[in-house]
Design a protein around this ligand. Structure first.
Ligand code: FUB
Length: 319
């Protein structure tokens, strides 16, 4: 394979392979500094961490996002990363108008399901779709040919048009899959085994100061529901012994992330360590809340299951 090492616009080195994959060694946070990426969602699969992130394109409008696609990174050691050539586009969902907002991928029975936020072409407001692939690096195709969640399914809870965003998906030990999502109002619903249909009603969850970006994970018998709170956003979290709640609010997990009005987290365990993956606006000189950058820091649990506040670092992961 031909390899070409180039100095990128941000002054870092990245190696571009002839198959258009890009390999680089992260020298700290942010881990990618040759393009802007936000809303990282991470999946551990077969000895690797995969990060799926929205591409903040330039030039974006002054105070809004320009997001048309999601990108895929992978790593075996949290230091050397490959950005894969394949991108999923918001317009790969024929019923969508665009706007590749937050997403998450999960594996079930050897297939990979990519839950995404997009703007619906005909039903006003944001929607959640799902794409499927035989590989974590694609190609993915629309699994339904229609949205899984549309704004008109949740109007009894709020009249805003952007409440159906930011899907996070989880498969419990008994095999039951759940989709959580929301803005202003947090929701969850069961998913059928096929991962592409709801398996019950949409239920609201009451969380104090909830804004968006729910992330559901489990550790040592506790369920954790972390989420972006207030605006500019901090990440807060709640814990429960039951996925159906009640959720006990535990306060701030991560403070406002530098130079970004949003914050959006993924929490994973990989090779015996826990990681907090998030975005900030720290790429010099143009980084901001609409040109974001992915960062990774360690996450530590206390003995009682609560989580220590994240220490955001410029140095990134050392050990
Ligand atoms: O990237 C667009 C939106 O910004 C996401 O859907 C939210 O979570 C916030 O990060």
């Amino acid at each position: 394979m031909m390899l070409l090492t180039l100095m990128t616009c941000a002054g870092s080195f990245a190696t571009f392979a002839s198959n258009n994959d890009t390999t680089f060694v992260a020298s700290g946070n942010p881990i990618v500094n040759y393009k802007y990426l936000g809303d990282p969602a991470a999946m551990v699969y077969d000895g690797k961490v995969y990060i799926y992130a929205g591409h903040d394109e330039c030039p974006a409008p002054e105070q809004y996002y320009l997001m048309n696609e999601w990108c895929i990174l992978s790593t075996e050691d949290m230091h050397t990363f490959t950005e894969h050539a394949y991108t999923l586009k918001a317009t790969d969902f024929k019923w969508a108008k665009g706007e590749a907002w937050a997403s998450q991928v999960i594996e079930r029975n050897g297939k990979f399901y990519w839950y995404v936020t997009v703007e619906h072409a005909t039903i006003p407001g944001k929607s959640i779709g799902v794409a499927v692939s035989d590989s974590p690096i694609g190609p993915f195709k629309d699994a339904r040919g229609s949205a899984l969640i549309t704004n008109d399914m949740t109007t009894e809870y709020t009249s805003i048009r952007w409440d159906d965003i930011d899907p996070t998906v989880f498969i419990d030990d008994d095999g039951q899959a759940y989709l959580f999502w929301g803005n202003t109002q947090c929701y969850y619903a069961k998913l059928k085994e096929n991962m592409t249909e709801l398996d019950g009603p949409i239920m609201p969850i009451q969380l104090p100061r909830f804004t968006e970006a729910p992330w559901i994970h489990k550790h040592n018998g506790w369920y954790y529901l972390s989420f972006a709170s207030e605006f500019p956003e901090k990440i807060c979290y709640a814990m429960s012994r039951n996925i159906n709640g009640p959720w006990e609010y535990k306060g701030i997990l991560n403070e406002i992330a530098g130079n970004s009005n949003t914050n959006h987290q993924a929490i994973i365990e990989f090779k015996g360590k826990s990681y907090f993956i998030y975005h900030n606006g720290s790429i010099n000189t143009d980084g901001c809340g609409f040109r974001r950058a992915i960062c990774i820091d360690r996450l530590y649990y206390n003995e009682d299951g609560t989580i220590r506040r994240i220490q955001m670092t410029s140095e990134g992961i050392w050990e």
